[in-house]
Ligand binder design. Structure first.
Ligand code: NAD
Length: 494
């Protein structure tokens, strides 16, 4: 039996979660409504899932509030919370295959990536924050003999985490790790396009010993249960990853309701700059291909604007096109598949429309193009559109698919100007063999993360987030823990 057949068999026998998780119990939506979870690689309905609404949001918030008020979690010693969260991370590791399979079936990503990255990175994110939490000290302010002045951090209370479908587990874990470690109660709302792995996480969290009410999962739509959480008067923080349009809307919800803390991790149109003095064009070309093809290009930090110095543009693009042979999409459950299916028909159509628009605006098609044939699987080949100017729509808007817009430049100064001419500021990359250009360039780039002679480098020690309309706040690193705590000043007169 081949590995592919094995994964398909495992998929057939997999138990698919379908109910919401509120106050430690799996329950149907109060309305009884459900929605379909569809496998984008085949078009098959995987299962139907509870479609939560206002009543479910109210129930989850009440459970989370009770859990917070009676201190069943927040009141535990950090070392005790650490032990539970480390157990949670261990269980995630132990269920790696099942979680990876759920992720691949639900949103179309290659099983190879779900196994090697998504599932283990989820466990790592939880464990990293758990490990940190009993090593963080509060402060005593330098004041005179007549007072003791304490600066302490306290959990916010009830945190609602609303996450997207491109990395359902990892985006959730970047929020769950720091929010739970610091003692908050959390309500997770996964995307309606990828609810399954979050529900499996709920089961594992309970098994790990997370007290009832501390972690709740509400599957459902943004405009129903998502909106109910964002507008809720008893939610203390909304922590979001998703599109800039929805992020802006959630900031308004926070302002219109109870001024809840609102942290947004949003979209990007990241510039990937290759200078004429790049020392390894082969490596840069391989990396540029991966930066737009990995996860079908459905990555907030996709290197979707390739800026190449005109002096090397022709030679570099030949190398890049040659790389794409390794990135053709196919069955996500084949263990060697590098690129899977787009998450759903809506996203597939959106990406196809962008390719058509790029061609109608005069771009030159170097590879890929509109997909041919209409099978049930939503596969789009990696597509390179060259001869673009910074004004082209495809050079400005986030496509969220394997479509690369190429722009030529003359010298680093022009490259930085083009790179920074964007509403977004999530990531940027720079390939150069000149140390001064590397440092000057990385300082000048207006982006939350800059990659020099690599793309997507980093680990849990580094903050992740955006400048400008790519968001506010940071996920990962100790800075993420600041988001989920209030700073309290206590002045004790002696
Ligand atoms: P989206 O904004 O459509 O949805 C994200 C989440 O918000 C989903 O759970 C959705 O149900 C919910 N939502 C939608 N409308 C809502 C509303 N009115 N009220 C409350 N919740 C609502 O984004 P998406 O299509 O799921 O994900 C793709 C986007 O996510 C891209 O723009 C991508 O760049 C971004 N993203 C950013 C990061 C980052 O860290 N900066 C990481 C991954 C993805």
């Amino acid at each position: 039996m081949t590995d592919t057949t094995l994964w398909h068999q495992r998929a057939q026998s997999l138990t698919l979660p379908s109910q919401a998780f509120i106050d430690g119990r799996f329950v149907d939506a109060a309305s009884g409504e459900t929605f379909e979870s569809i496998n984008p690689a085949t078009g098959d309905v995987l299962t139907t899932v509870a479609s939560c609404g206002v009543a479910d949001a109210d129930a989850a918030v009440a459970a989370a509030r009770n859990a917070f008020e009676d201190r069943r979690w927040a009141g535990q010693a950090p070392a005790a919370r650490k032990a539970v969260l480390l157990k949670f991370a261990e269980l995630i590791e132990a269920h790696r295959d099942e979680l990876a399979l759920l992720e691949s079936l639900d949103m179309g990503k290659p099983i190879r990536d779900a196994l090697s990255y998504d599932a283990p990175a989820t466990a790592r994110a939880i464990a990293w924050h758990a490990e940190a939490v009993d090593k963080l000290y509060d402060e005593v302010a330098p004041v005179g003999d007549d007072a003791l002045a304490l600066i302490t951090r306290e959990p916010l209370g009830v945190v609602a985490a609303i996450v997207p479908w491109n990395f359902p587990l990892v985006m959730a874990a970047w929020k769950l790790g720091p929010a739970l470690a610091t003692g908050n109660s959390v309500i997770l709302k996964p995307s309606e396009k990828s609810p399954l792995s979050a529900l499996k996480l709920a089961e594992l969290a309970k098994q790990a010993g997370l007290p009832d009410g501390v972690f709740n999962v509400l599957p459902g739509f943004g405009h129903t249960v998502g909106e109910a959480l964002a507008m809720h008067m008893d939610v203390d923080c909304i922590t979001f990853t998703g599109s800039t349009a929805v992020g802006k809307h959630l900031l308004e919800c926070a302002g219109k309701s109870n001024m809840k803390r609102a942290f947004m991790e949003c979209g990007g149109k990241s510039a990937h700059i290759v200078c004429a003095d790049c020392e390894d064009l082969d490596k840069a070309a391989a990396t540029a291909a991966a930066a737009i093809c990995y996860n079908q290009g459905e990555v907030c930090t996709a290197g979707s604007r390739l800026l190449v110095d005109n002096a090397i543009k022709g030679a570099f693009l030949d190398k890049l096109v040659a790389q794409l042979a390794q990135w053709q999409p196919s069955d996500p459950l084949h263990p060697d598949t590098p690129m899977g299916a787009m998450v759903d028909r809506m996203q597939y159509d959106r990406v196809c429309q962008y390719i058509d628009l790029g061609l109608s605006e005069g771009a030159t098609l170097l590879a890929g193009g509109p997909p041919k044939g209409e099978g049930p699987g939503l596969f789009i080949p990696p597509t390179i559109l060259s001869d673009m100017t910074p004004e082209h729509t495809l050079a400005r808007e986030e496509i969220f698919g394997p479509v690369l817009s190429v722009i030529g430049f003359d010298g680093l100064e022009e490259a930085i100007r083009i790179a920074n001419d964007s509403d977004y500021g999530l990531a940027a990359g720079l390939w150069t063999g000149n140390i001064a250009n590397a440092i000057r360039g990385s300082r000048a780039l207006r982006a939350g993360t800059v990659f020099v002679n690599n793309w997507d480098g980093g680990d849990m020690t580094m903050p992740f987030g955006g400048y400008k309309q790519s968001g506010n706040g940071r996920d990962k690193s100790l800075h993420a823990m600041e988001k989920y705590t209030e700073l309290k000043s206590t002045w004790i007169e002696l």
